[in-house]
Design a protein around this ligand. Sequence first.
Ligand code: EPZ
Length: 437
Amino acid sequence: MAAGFQAVMDKLKIIGQRALHGTVQASGAKNAALPLMAAALLTAEPVLLHNTPQLMDVRTLSKLLRSLGAQVEQQGDALRIDAAAVDHYEASYDLVKTMRASVLVLGPLLARFGQARVSLPGGCAIGARPVDQHIKGLQALGADIVVEHGYIVARVATPSGRLRGAHITTDMVTVTGTENLMMAAALAEGETLIDNAAREPEVVDLACLLRRMGAQIRGEGTSQIRITGVPRLRGATHRIIPDRIEVGTFLCAALATRGDVTVQGADPAHQDALLDKLREAGAQITTGDDWIRLRADALPAGRPRAVSVRTTEYPGFATDMQAQFMAVNCIADGAARITETIFENRFMHVQELVRLGAQIDIDGHTCVVRGVPQLSGANVMATDLRASAGLVVAALAAEGQTLIDRIYHLDRGYDAMEVKLRALGADIERIKTSPGA
Ligand code: EPZ
């Protein structure tokens, strides 16, 4: 049976109320790996990415890059991408519909080959997630773009056949929009200014790789990124930054189970907003250059304090941590407000948490979570990547058994999560179900 189908049927079985203890190793960041892989399309020389996480999304993008003619192979912990032989410029609906980050090949294909045909991603569980800012920015760089039959059809329409630098101000902060435009501008003629740019560490990591490839980039990590285009880029080797969302997920699990966990290979500098909130909830946190330790085995009230959060763009509290932090608030002492400002439908986990005994009311973009002393295990269903992470955190804290269905969502963005949690003392196992079961 195809692995994909197998994963769709898998479930996670968790027996909760086991405090997590020990040390866990963070994997490379999914949301850095994806743009970094796309950046390899900008050069005919090999790009080597160390610390690549073993994720469904990385496999999906590898398949897409191969369909364009690139060679992609795993060499130990590194992924080697050689785009010398790329001679196709179409990202098909079949691939893009399973991973919207596929849109990240649009900018590099346009910049290097002058053409691209990329399927519109379509909606997703957490919101419409249009790509109009990607299109607007690429048009400003000289691309001729039409949308027809569900595809973005783009070609470079300048006399020289190369994109040309421009001053682009995006209507809102967009992470992959900023990344697409950075990659396109790297090979454009002249200066590009991206204003209202995303400041996420993954954007900074992409700028580091592009610079290693010979790009001239300044201002990454601020809202103004300046790029001076160069005629060509060379291959490079790069180590992917740690996954701050995976790290944050383990820290929330440690707090929710009142444990004592050290996450190795983390970068505390990427976690200020989350660490502040975890401390406010009563966790004791210590950090080093590449590790974060959370102790919650002596909480004053025997449970976390309720803490309100409002998701915003980096360096604010990450929307990708909203579900996991909500799970902690479900068992906290007091009531908290959780406001989601980035996506319009990112509360899919709420009804599933309610099945576990949580008391949550949704009012538009805000939830009020009234902490209960204890959740109780139940059968629940994952609906999207971070919702499923939130359900895992809640199930680890709940009394009794929880079965989480559709955990292929989890596999998209977490590298062997159940193996890592089991090593921390969780009673968790993956149940593979045969077809038709
Ligand atoms: C990136 O998605 C991440 N994915 C998401 O992580 C993350 O939740 C999101 O940034 C916000 O931090 C990757 O990096 C691969 P946006 P992205 O463009 O780039 C609207 C996860 O769980 N918008 O920053 O797609 C959009 O609808 C995933 O790992 C437009 O309207 O997000 C959203 O409301 C989920 N038009 C807001 O902006 C556009 O052209 C921010 O979206 C682009 C975006």
